[in-house]
Design a binder for this molecule. Structure first.
Ligand SMILES: [Zn+2]
Length: 567
């Protein structure tokens, strides 16, 4: 894994913020990209690949005779020792990336970029050491290993095979293309012109088409290879089937929701003053109350809500603050606390693949659980609204019911990161369909703005006014993160499934939350999800926690409960 984890948050992000120093951000984004696009997980990542407890190394029998004199435990231990320096290097990269996005002087960008590239090359060299191939081959029959060891082996095997099947210079080429594309994307956003982003994006798409060709299986959809980096177990066929089921329901819900009225969040907070320092103090209190360990993590400021894991006992949350409205920071905080609690409660020892998070949709399900199923409920605000009003001179002057209604308001909008719970999945489906068709070869890069506009009109009834409100709004494509978007949809879906299962197990949940006791959901998630790391593939993890593999039934019920259809 390139890096443990950093995750974007949905709420409170400003769609058109001015980008800061180009190089600074490029480095930050490269970091994030590595997290998710490399052999790992999330932007932010700790996304574990398709780890299974039964792996089948398929290396050629060119192994050195010395490996056959090792016992399975000796061979396994040698692998642990070989990988450890790569984990340290990746921790150093994570710290360099966090620093470059927060405190690094602007002129230090070039040196930092070179430093990071050198560290990445060293880590890749360690991870492609031929000795690793020999040891994996030696361990092909794994009966003498524990379930945790077998899970580690499954991941190492997957990572090793993918890395060594690609040309030697493929990774550095990818870094360069991403570096160029992020720069082009920033300039394109300044000019509000997709056309100026097009050549760099085309180069990146061609690169990933080549990657899909090299790593793809015959008969599979080219996009399947890219999905495997983020959401192991999901393919185009499976996602298409899910989308076909969800889309008509979502479109109907958006139509029904248009009939609803009531004060918006902006109307509720109007006239108040919400100094960022007071917001931070409240958020620190929230972090502690919800169980975040401040001695194993910290809170910082950032342009976006983000959680980044630097290494063992070092999980960092960054949040944006709006002095006119505390809710973007509060909701982002609740979301990121979900990511942060997951990272802080993964099993020990840090650094082995089986102790990392189990795929991006599981990571996102934790943040969505906290944000949507805890942080938008009446019980949660029964406890927190008085504290909010105390911190901000009686504002917002609203009842808990008014606030919860406002938090559930459905309003089609252009920017994904500012979308409500019901329209949000349609934003994700739009991006998924474009990516899928790009890699199928049925859609060309130059057609993206036109297709985007058509889908926005069809799904949300909106006419896209410009490229910044359309295909230029997300950085993911510039970072080469093709295959990432569906994890947002799956995360929301799995969150609803976990919430439904949890409520069956914990009948007093609402009254506990109302009283400010947040230990019950934390303990339930700890037992069912966090403590399991990547021992199982995500489907199995969800099935063991809820009784069935990821399924949209609870998600649909949840969204329907937010929108009362008019007679
Ligand atoms: Zn998230």
């Amino acid at each position: 894994m390139e890096k443990p984890m950093a995750s974007e948050s949905k709420p409170g992000q400003k769609g058109r913020e001015t980008m800061k120093d180009h190089r600074q951000l490029v480095i930050l984004f490269l970091l994030v990209a590595l997290l998710c696009t490399g052999a790992c997980s999330s932007p932010n990542t700790a996304v574990t690949p398709a780890t299974t407890s039964v792996m089948t190394p398929s290396l050629s029998a060119s192994a050195s005779p010395t490996v056959f004199s090792l016992t399975p435990q000796q061979a396994y231990q040698e692998l642990v020792d070989l990988y450890r320096p790569a984990t340290y290097l990746e921790s150093a990269m994570a710290l360099a990336d966090w620093d470059s996005g927060k405190v690094m002087p602007a002129k230090a960008g070039t040196w930092r970029s070179e430093t990071r590239a050198a560290l990445a090359a060293m880590a890749n060299q360690i991870r492609t050491n031929p000795r690793i191939g020999e040891l994996l081959y030696r361990l092909a029959p794994i009966s003498a290993l524990s379930a945790e060891q077998a899970a580690n082996l499954g991941w190492w095997n997957w990572d090793y095979q993918r890395r060594t099947r690609l040309p030697v210079d493929f990774a550095s080429q990818e870094s360069e293309l991403i570096y160029n594309a992020v720069g082009a994307w920033q300039q394109a956003r300044s000019a509000d012109s997709f056309l100026s982003f097009q050549p760099a994006l085309q180069a990146l798409v061609s690169h990933f088409q080549e990657k899909a060709r090299i790593l793809g299986e015959s008969g599979g959809h080219p996009y399947d290879v890219l999905l495997a980096d983020y959401i192991p177990g999901w393919t185009v066929a499976r996602l298409d089937s899910l989308v076909a089921q969800l889309k008509p329901i979502l479109l109907a819900l958006v139509r029904d929701a248009a009939q609803k009225t009531g004060p918006t969040l902006m109307e509720l907070v109007r006239g108040g003053s919400y100094p960022p320092d007071a917001q931070k103090a409240l958020i620190r209190q929230m972090m502690t109350t919800l169980g975040f360990d401040s001695e194993a993590g910290l809170l910082w400021e950032g342009v976006h809500g983000m959680t980044e894991t630097i290494g063992a006992h070092d999980v960092r949350i960054s949040l944006p603050y709006d002095p006119a409205n505390p809710f973007p920071a509060l909701l982002a905080a609740i979301h990121e606390i979900g990511h942060g609690l997951y990272e802080q409660n993964l099993p020990s020892p840090y650094g082995l693949p089986a102790t990392f998070a189990a795929g991006l949709e599981i990571h996102e399900s934790q943040s969505r659980y906290y944000e949507n199923h805890l942080g938008r409920t009446a019980g949660f605000w029964q406890f927190w609204l008085p504290k909010l009003q105390q911190a901000f001179g009686g504002k917002p002057e609203a009842s808990v019911d008014q606030l919860v209604d406002a938090l559930h308001q459905v309003q089609p909008s252009f920017i994904r990161t500012q979308a409500d719970e019901v329209t949000y999945p349609l934003h994700v489906i739009l991006r998924y369909e474009i990516e899928r068709d790009l890699f199928a070869g049925t859609l060309q890069v130059q057609d993206i703005p036109r297709i985007w506009a058509g889908k926005m009109k069809e799904y949300l009834g909106l006419v896209v006014p410009d490229d910044n409100a359309g295909a230029l709004q997300d950085i993911h494509w510039a970072m080469g993160m093709f295959g990432y978007f569906p994890s947002y949809l799956l995360g929301s879906m799995v969150a609803a499934q976990l919430d439904a299962a949890m409520r069956k197990n914990l009948p007093k949940l609402d009254s506990q939350i109302e009283a400010g006791d947040f230990s019950a959901p934390r303990q339930w998630l700890q037992e069912k999800i966090w403590s399991k790391g990547s021992l199982w593939v995500p489907d199995t993890l969800v099935a063991k926690a809820t009784g069935s593999e990821p399924d949209p039934a609870d998600y649909i019920r949840h969204l329907q409960s937010l929108v009362s259809p008019t007679p």
